[in-house]
Design a protein around this ligand. Structure first.
Ligand SMILES: C[S@@+](CC[C@H](N)C(=O)[O-])C[C@H]1O[C@@H](n2cnc3c(N)ncnc32)[C@H](O)[C@@H]1O
Length: 353
C-alpha cells in the first residue's frame, strides 16, 4: 500500500528548496550591490547606518534599507543591531569586492544573472532540442565568463599549470610559439604573453566581439607579444606551435575531435597541448555535489547548446570527465594524456602525440 509522501522527507526537501530560493535572491542582490557600487562604498566607509551609506552612495535609503536587510539575512554583510550599523568583515569584503581574487564571486553572480536575462531563449532552446550559438548569449554572459575564469587563471596558469607540463616552462622562457584556442576575452592569452615575453601568443576565437574585446584588453595592458584573430578551432591558421592551449572551451565546441586533430597537426614535432576543462568525475554519480550541479546547469543553457549549434554537434557537456575527454583526444590521434594538475574547479591535461 502506498502510504503517501513521508512528511519528514518532504519537510527536508522543502527546507532545501527554500534555502535555494534564498540563495537565488542572494545572488541577485549581490549583483545589484556590485553594479551599484554598494559593497565597495561600505568597504571604504566601515560600519555605517542606512542614512550614512545613502549619503555616500547617493542611493535611495528606502531601497538601501531593504537591500541591506536581504544581505544581512544572507550573511553577506554584518549587522550590528544595537548601533544599527552595517559593515563588511574581511571575508565578506574579499568575496564581494576584491576583483581578481579567486575568492571574489562577482563573476559567478553575473554569469547567473546573464542566464535569467535571456531566459525565454533558454526555454525555447531546451524545448526545441536545437542548438543555440554562443553569439546568442547575452553580452553579460561573455564578460562574466571572463570575470569568473580570469582569477583562477591568474592564480594558477603561470605558477602551477605550465610548470606541471614536461619541459614547457623552459621552452616558453627561451621563446616559443603558443596558440590559445577559444580564447574568449583573452585573459589566458594575455597572462601567457606577460609571463613569457620572449614567446609569441597567437589567440583565436570564432566569436568576433570577444576578439575585439581581447584586443582592447591587450592594448590596455600594453602587451605586444600577443595577436588575436577570428578563427575556428578546427581550422585556425599557423604551424609548428610549441604549446597549444584550450581553456574551458573544448566542451563548448561542436567538433572537439576535429579541433583536437587540427591542434595535433598544428603542433611542432615536440609540441604539447594543454587542455583545461572543468573538474569532473567519469560518471554522473561522482558529480552530484554543488559544483557539479552548477556545471551541469551552465552546460544545459550555455555549453551544450553552443556545441549543438555547430557542425557535428557532439555536445560533450561541461562534466565530461577525463575518460571521455581522453577518448576524444585519442580519436584525434593523441596517444599521451596525463592529468598534470587540478584545482577545485579545473583539471589540466598534458596531451601529446
Ligand atoms: C566558456 S568560453 C571560454 C573562453 C576563454 N577560454 C576563457 O576561459 O575565458 C568558450 C569559448 O569557446 C569559443 N568557441 C566555441 N566553439 C568554438 C570553435 N569551434 N572555434 C573557436 N572558438 C570556439 C567561444 O566563442 C567562447 O569564447
Amino acid at each position: 500500500m502506498n502510504s503517501g509522501p513521508d512528511p519528514k522527507v518532504l519537510e527536508q526537501l522543502v527546507g532545501k528548496v527554500v534555502g535555494d530560493v534564498a540563495g537565488a535572491m542572494g545572488v541577485f542582490m549581490a549583483y545589484l550591490g556590485d553594479q551599484a557600487g554598494v559593497y565597495h562604498a561600505l568597504d571604504e566607509a566601515g560600519p555605517s547606518t542606512v542614512e550614512e551609506l545613502a549619503s555616500k552612495t547617493g542611493l535611495n535609503p528606502k531601497y538601501l534599507h531593504e537591500w541591506l536587510g536581504a544581505n544581512a539575512a544572507a550573511g553577506y554583510v554584518t549587522y550590528d543591531g544595537v548601533n544599527e550599523r552595517f559593515s563588511l568583515s574581511q571575508e565578506q569584503a574579499l568575496v564581494f569586492t576584491r576583483e581578481g581574487q579567486p575568492a571574489c564571486m562577482q563573476g559567478f553572480f553575473q554569469a547567473i544573472v546573464a542566464q535569467y536575462e535571456t531566459h525565454a531563449k533558454a526555454v525555447k532552446t531546451f524545448q526545441s532540442g536545437k542548438g543555440r550559438p554562443w553569439s546568442q548569449q547575452s553580452k553579460c554572459c561573455f564578460c562574466s565568463t571572463d570575470r569568473f575564469f580570469r582569477p583562477g587563471y591568474a592564480a594558477n596558469l603561470v605558477e602551477n599549470w605550465i610548470p606541471a607540463l614536461d619541459g614547457v616552462d623552459a621552452k616558453l622562457k627561451s621563446g616559443a610559439k603558443i596558440a590559445d584556442i577559444g580564447c574568449g576575452h583573452g585573459s589566458s592569452s594575455i597572462l601567457l604573453a606577460q609571463a613569457y615575453p620572449k614567446s609569441k601568443v597567437y589567440a583565436f576565437d570564432f566569436h568576433e566581439p570577444s576578439i575585439i574585446e581581447a584586443r582592447q584588453k591587450a592594448k590596455a595592458a600594453g602587451v605586444k607579444n600577443v595577436r588575436f584573430a577570428v578563427a575556428r578551432a578546427q581550422d585556425f591558421p599557423g604551424k609548428d606551435f610549441d604549446l597549444a592551449c584550450i581553456f574551458d572551451a573544448l566542451h563548448d565546441m561542436g567538433d572537439p575531435v576535429g579541433a583536437a586533430r587540427h591542434i595535433r597537426e598544428s603542433l611542432g614535432p615536440k609540441g604539447t597541448f594543454m587542455l583545461v576543462e572543468p573538474l569532473a568525475g567519469d560518471s554522473m554519480s561522482e558529480n552530484l555535489h554543488p559544483l557539479g550541479q552548477i556545471f551541469y546547469a551552465f552546460s544545459t543553457v550555455i555549453c551544450t547548446p553552443a556545441s549543438l549549434a555547430q557542425e557535428v554537434g557532439l555536445g560533450l557537456g561541461a562534466q565530461a570527465g577525463q575518460k571521455r575527454l581522453t577518448a576524444v583526444l585519442n580519436q584525434a590521434g593523441f596517444s599521451h594524456v596525463r592529468r598534470a594538475a587540478e584545482t577545485p574547479t579545473n583539471m589540466v591535461l598534458e596531451v601529446k602525440s
